[in-house]
Design a protein around this ligand. Sequence first.
Ligand code: FES
Length: 104
Amino acid sequence: MSNWTDVAAEAELFEGAGIAVTPLDQDIAIFKMEDGVFAINNVCSHGNAKLCDGFVDGHHVECPFHQALFDVRDGSVGCGPATEPAKSWPVKIENGRVLLDLAA
Ligand code: FES
């Protein structure tokens, strides 16, 4: 069962950058890319860094602490030192709002 939750206005997003949202006390980073909007866990799986502050290159965000790369589309690790993927959530845009399926 899905649980679509309104987390932000689409207008808050800028292509190639991340923002942080905290629905239900979860720390989630949302990224707007050329081909869609994606959501992954905001806290790096390697340490206490915020991925929403990372440099975005292609579909990857670079952790600001030790430069691990995460694919924002599915949270997979593109380059260490992180080894654990970041959790990702389905995203949809409706009526200018960003919705995440927090039950996924
Ligand atoms: Fe993110 Fe180390 S805290 S790579």
